[in-house]
Design a protein around this ligand. Structure first.
Ligand SMILES: NC(=O)c1ncn([C@@H]2O[C@H](COP(=O)(O)O)[C@@H](O)[C@H]2O)c1NC=O
Length: 530
């Protein structure tokens, strides 16, 4: 055993009656109910400033912490509960006779219940506060109470979530069990860890400056805080377990509200996220249809219905069982069309009431409404065995900007062709590498994805497009290392090409386009996506 005590010195303690509680909470929700129950059960309460006032109003017997410590709450509340008379009362391990004796000698009463929630640091940062206003919201005394009580869960129940007040109220009659206290302690340590993660992230993002380093300074450590949202039926495959965790301040697919349909699966979430990547690249109404994280159709148009019709027409066979993302509300007319197509998920910023009614007649289709403040993450975390890769996200907003493109062969294209090229360049970004996308009238007509050489991707795109390859425009997510991939597209009759350029054989590739009389633009920017 630890701390120099032998195993036989530890007396068994399973059920602990609740006689004395320490309460210090920022979020006072549910406190009146808890206070009243404690009063009825005759529990003695010690409490800090404004918490004490709420608890006293319920009729509970409350001692102000300053009265207990003989030390005033001071320094704008920076010092309230940080006192041995508080912490000895929380940390005494009453399984040990020696601790019990010391408490008696010191004249300190033990606590059986500690109820704490912390200063709203995350909410303060989210409000746009800066500097000292944020620093002042770093709770010091609170986490100290939480960690002390959680460590001593053999004797103390620690409650950090008002959702657990009912269980505490029930335990006023029976006492808390060791299993209960251990579960509460696990929750408490997770809570303080998440809190410190948020504090560390804020410091690293805001206060790290280095006189000798220009620009971004990488944080010394990173982590993703997530709160359990749903246990999923299974993972990527039925033999894998999985759950969804939400970042406390996230605004993405994890925060979307499911309005209808079967439970979302792991793969539904992955595909819905990929669909958003594709549909939210554009300002104009856009629809992306995704299967296995790859688009089988992307289009923009003047209306969302038209965008869907064009996206669906790209590859109706593959769109069967797909995930549809729209960057505009789902209208009644679009709902009527989608109703006739077997679709796993529809994700959109909103659904018109009639659209919802129509789609709700399909039992299984999952309807997800994005959070009002939906934003795509700016930083990407990718798990590796034993580590994480962290990078900027490769997001477009408002479509592609072709002002910096360089025409490397042929005549400047007409405005309609330029629009198609811009569309294709934005759309190919959502296709897994090696990616070739053929487009016509701002809609994909053939997509070649995920091949280990660019020639195969070109063949795939051309095969999927069929006769539509003739007069389509083509985009390639990275340069053509040889002319062969481009030649597949030229033979199929594409009318213009956009690609990053930058191969050591660019001249060979340009010569092939020149020979075919097809204009080609270099963007100077690559869009690998894995
Ligand atoms: N300084 C301390 O000793 C201290 N002890 C508890 N707190 C926090 O004070 C808050 C409650 O204060 P009040 O009861 O005055 O609203 C809680 O969020 C609690 O986590 C403290 N405040 C910050 O560090």
């Amino acid at each position: 055993m630890s701390a120099g005590h032998s195993a036989d010195e530890y007396r068994e303690r399973d059920v602990v009656p609740i006689r004395r509680a320490l309460i210090s909470v920022s979020d006072k929700s549910g406190l009146d109910r808890l206070g009243k129950a404690l009063a009825d059960a005759g529990v003695e309460v010690v409490s800090t400033g404004s918490t004490a006032k709420v608890v006293a109003a319920t009729g509970a017997k409350v001692t102000e912490v300053s009265e207990l410590t003989g030390f005033p709450e001071s320094l704008d509340g920076r010092v309230k509960t940080l006192h041995p008379k508080v912490h000895a009362g929380i940390l005494a391990d009453l399984r040990l006779e020696a601790h019990e004796r010391q408490l008696r000698e010191l004249g300190i009463e033990p606590f059986d219940l500690v109820v704490v929630n912390l200063y709203p640091f995350v909410q303060t940062v989210a409000s746009g506060a800066q500097g000292d206003d944020v620093v002042e919201q770093i709770d010091i005394g609170g986490p100290t109470l939480v960690r002390a009580a959680a460590k001593n869960h053999a004797n103390v129940a620690i409650v950090v979530d008002p959702a657990d007040y009912d269980a505490v109220i029930a335990a006023l009659q029976t006492g808390t069990t060791l299993a209960q206290r251990r579960n509460l302690a696990a929750k408490a340590f997770a809570h303080t860890a998440e809190y410190d993660r948020a504090v560390a992230d804020w410091f690293q993002a805001n206060l790290v400056t280095h006189p000798e380093v220009e620009g971004w300074v990488w944080p010394q450590s990173v982590g993703i805080a997530g709160e359990l949202a749903h246990v999923l039926r299974y993972g990527e495959n039925p033999h894998q377990q999985a759950a969804l965790y939400r970042q406390p301040l996230g605004h993405g697919i994890a925060q979307a509200e499911q309005l209808h349909g079967k439970e979302m699966s792991y793969n539904n979430y992955v595909d819905a996220d990929a669909a958003l990547r594709a549909a939210f690249d554009f300002d104009r109404p856009a629809v992306a249809i995704i299967k296995h994280a790859n688009p089988c159709g992307i289009a923009v148009a003047d209306t969302i219905e038209e965008a869907h019709a064009k996206a669906h027409a790209c590859d109706p066979l593959s769109a069967y069982g797909g995930v549809i993302a729209a960057n505009r509300p789902i209208t009644k007319a679009l709902a009527q069309t989608v109703k006739g197509i077997f679709t796993e998920v529809v994700v959109a910023p909103a659904f018109e009431p009639e659209a919802l009614e129509i789609l709700e007649t399909k039992k299984n289709i999952r309807l997800l409404r994005l959070p009002a403040d939906f934003t795509r993450d700016e930083t990407i975390f990718k798990q590796l065995s034993g580590g994480l890769l962290v990078s900027d996200a490769d997001n477009f907003t408002g479509g592609a900007d072709s002002s910096g493109w360089r025409l490397v062969t042929g005549e400047e294209v007409d405005p309609a062709t330029r629009r198609d090229l811009e569309f294709a360049w934005a759309a190919v970004r959502s296709v897994k590498s090696n990616a070739i996308l053929l487009a016509h009238d701002e809609a994909s007509v053939g997509v070649g994805m995920g091949q280990v050489n660019r020639v195969d991707s070109a063949h795939l795109a051309v095969n999927r497009a069929g006769a539509r390859a003739r007069d389509a425009v083509a985009a390639s997510d990275a340069f053509f290392p040889f002319a062969d991939g481009l030649e597949v597209l030229l033979e199929a009759g594409v009318r213009a090409v956009v690609q990053p350029g930058g191969s050591i054989r660019d001249e060979e590739v340009i010569a092939a386009a020149r020979k075919a009389g097809v204009p080609m633009y270099f963007t100077g920017e690559r869009h690998f996506f894995h």
